[in-house]
Design a protein around this ligand. Structure first.
Ligand code: 2XP
Ligand code: FE2
Length: 302
């Protein structure tokens, strides 16, 4: 398979384990009554939309696989195990069994190196896949019948600065796009992060008690609305310029680079991103957003 691959969709696909808990899939040990419907129905709209397109791999960039030396990719054909959220072990105890597109992972690794990035393949068959990867992939495509590629979050934003992090994500996004095209894949890309990230400090007795779920801070909410407005207008270059301030002022999980990577891989959409849902989880701002690159072509042809 060479050439003519393409990114068929990109999504902001946040990973609160609460959403998987509330869906009650057989893989998760904890069982819920309900909860976070707006976001879960937003994911349902994303799934329905993706069902109309063919794709053969999910590529996810996850804030909960943190690496210091370079960007890592899963490099073993399959992984199986129990993923337990370290903060919410009462909600997320998920038995996973997933396949990896190692050929594509290696192609991204090589393109990343050609961009001057430090890249590493993760070849330990007993590695525990992080819950960000598992949650975003499950909510986007619970069938688990296509392989995934998972990319770690290099901590350049934290160790150096947001600007250094952004530069690296620009290169990693380009590398991802080139690798997808060169290997002939039809890929769906997932940025597994929330927006504003100010948490509750006390968990309600009943986790799915929605009377306890609300925006924590008006300033954080205003920032989230600003970001979604730019996305809906197709002004993603401006969003890129504002991301370093957003990251600091909204304590955003975008500091792990996932959204920056996605914007770069999508070559900065100038068409509207479709916001399927916005809602809070333990007070953090989360949006499910879809970009359909075919829209750019349509607008060019019109
Ligand atoms: O704190 C995090 O990063 C989490 N993933 C916990 C859950 C909900 C946050 O949005
Ligand atoms: Fe998180």
């Amino acid at each position: 398979m060479t050439g003519q691959g393409k990114i068929v969709a990109g999504a902001l696909a946040p990973h609160p384990p609460h959403l998987v808990y509330a869906e009650n899939p057989p893989q998760n040990e904890a069982k819920a009554e309900c909860g976070w419907e707006e976001l879960r129905w937003g994911y349902e709209r994303l799934r329905n939309s993706l069902a109309e397109r063919e794709f053969d791999v999910l590529i996810v960039h996850s804030p909960h696989w943190k690496t210091v030396i370079g960007h890592h990719l899963l490099g073993v054909p399959s992984f199986e195990g129990l993923s337990v959220d370290p903060v919410f072990p009462n909600l997320f105890r998920f038995h996973y069994d997933l396949k990896v597109d190692v050929e594509l992972s290696e192609a991204i690794h090589d393109e990343g190196r050609a961009e001057g990035l430090t890249m590493n393949m993760m070849k330990n068959p007993d590695f525990r896949v992080d819950y960000g990867t598992i949650t975003s992939c499950h909510l986007t495509h619970p069938q688990w019948d296509v392989p995934i590629v998972s990319i770690s979050a290099n901590q350049g934003f934290f160790y150096y600065s947001n600007d250094v992090g952004q530069e690296q994500m620009l290169a990693l996004g380009r590398a991802t796009k080139k690798a997808v095209e060169a290997t002939g894949r039809k890929a769906v890309l997932l940025a597994s992060c929330s927006l504003s990230h100010r948490h509750f400090t006390e968990e309600p007795v009943i986790p799915e008690d929605m009377s306890q779920e609300y925006v924590q801070h008006h300033g954080q909410y205003l920032w989230d609305m600003r970001v979604l407005d730019l996305i809906r207008r197709g002004q993603t270059r401006q969003l890129w310029d504002e991301l370093p301030d957003f990251i600091e002022q909204a304590i955003s999980e975008c500091k792990d680079g996932s959204l920056s990577w996605l914007l770069s891989a999508l070559d900065f959409p100038d068409y509207p991103g479709q916001v399927h849902a916005y809602g809070t989880v333990i007070g953090t701002g989360n949006a499910v957003v879809e970009w359909n690159p075919a829209q750019r072509l349509k607008e060019k042809q019109a």
